[in-house]
Design a protein around this ligand. Structure first.
Ligand SMILES: *Cc1c(COP(=O)(O)O)cnc(C)c1O
Length: 368
């Protein structure tokens, strides 16, 4: 009998998400309309696809383990040095490295209860302690509560997604600036900016390196490259050297680097995606209000619809699944009465809108 080390044996058998492929295997066997994982309905830059396709014959080669060209382009974009950037196989990968490097089995991390689940997953996977504070009653990450918990617990690390997932809420630059100053010395501030590309640059923190911060960005959302797995962390050269030391050097595959680099160059594609996403959010808000449902404000590529109660939201989600539409819902109050729906393209939104009254009908016997 082989057995894992005690620390790993103690890790709970959770997965952060059930994938749409697995849901399709369980309920239908047919592919689902994917509006549940905040993938881009507008796809990657056609230029990036063409570049990646042209490079496919070179898949026999390892990629550049330094991702150097990509980091050079990112350094120009963020007005920093190549030494301020480490590239990983998605933010999910970088979150694990951050926990391993800065929290460790004896450390504690603080987050918002019910916010991005893969962070919690990584903390548990590394045997670290997790402390949480609730969302505010109006479904926002509560910066005052997070800062108070940080001052009380003096954790190794505080996690905040801004814009947040699953609420969609965005805290403006000044609020984030006040928050980071309220954290105790010695606490790492991990700012997950997976959806920052949907926000105007002057609403984000400026491009300066804060020695206590790890800022993470990804090509998975606005850039539409979730399946390629490529993201990066912006930090001090010392922090970047730490990431570079412990990462798996070929985790970011060659084609992902090539695609991400070309996607960065195709600025008009991103501009169009951000504009179309905003149109899609307005569409969803109108759809909700035409059925007298509220939505949460969002600066992302998804919108939360208020179904009135947890059981109703669960029933709505199941009904949508039966209708062939994959969406997700937050599991923790006060967000648990919402369903979270990714902004689809015009055709996706039309199909979602046509399923909407049918799914609502199937909730009719559940009290709001
Ligand atoms: C989607 C998402 C991620 C995952 O990003 P990858 O780069 O695909 O791993 C990370 N953080 C948040 C808040 C997300 O919503």
């Amino acid at each position: 009998m082989i057995a894992p080390v005690a620390q790993v044996a103690a890790v709970p058998e959770t997965t952060p998400f059930v994938a749409p492929e697995e849901l399709a295997r369980r309920v239908r066997g047919a592919p689902l309309l994917r509006l549940g994982a905040n993938e881009s309905a507008f796809g990657p830059s056609p230029r990036a696809i063409a570049k990646m396709a042209a490079e496919l014959p070179h898949l026999a080669w390892y990629g550049d383990p330094e991702s150097y060209e990509l980091r050079e382009a990112l350094a120009a974009r963020h007005h920093c040095a190549v030494e301020n950037l480490s590239v990983g196989a998605g933010i999910d990968d970088l979150l694990g490295l951050a926990v391993r490097a800065y929290v460790g089995p004896s450390g504690v991390a603080v987050t918002t209860r019910g916010s991005y689940a893969t962070f919690d997953y990584q903390v548990r996977a590394h045997g670290a302690g997790l402390e949480t504070v609730p969302y505010s009653d109006d479904c926002r990450p509560d910066l005052n509560a997070l800062a108070a918990a940080a001052r009380r617990l003096r954790p190794a690390l505080v996690y905040l997604a801004n814009p947040d997932n699953p609420s969609g809420y965005f805290h403006e630059r000044d609020a984030i600036d006040t928050f980071r100053r309220a954290l105790p010395a010695g606490t790492v501030f991990l700012l997950d900016e997976a959806y920052a590309d949907f926000v105007a640059r002057d609403r984000l923190l400026p491009d300066e390196i804060d020695p206590n911060m790890l800022r993470m960005r990804t090509f998975s959302k606005a850039y539409g490259l979730a399946g390629a797995r490529v993201a990066y962390v912006i930090a001090t050269p010392a922090a970047v050297a730490t990431f570079q030391k412990i990462r798996v050097h070929f985790a970011v595959n060659r084609n992902a680097q090539i695609g991400a680099l070309e996607a960065l160059r195709d600025e008009s594609h991103i501009t169009a995606v951000v504009r179309d996403t905003m149109t899609g959010r307005r569409d969803y808000e109108h759809l909700a209000s035409s059925y007298h449902l509220a939505t949460l404000p969002s600066d992302t590529n998804f919108v939360c619809f208020d179904l009135g109660s947890r059981t109703r939201a669960e029933r709505f989600l199941t009904a949508m699944l039966e209708l062939g539409v994959f969406i997700r819902k937050p599991g923790v109050a006060p967000l648990d009465r919402y369903v979270r729906v990714t902004v689809g393209n015009a055709a996706d939104r039309a199909r979602f809108a046509s399923c909407f009254p049918l799914a609502l009908e199937r909730c009719a016997d559940v009290p709001a």
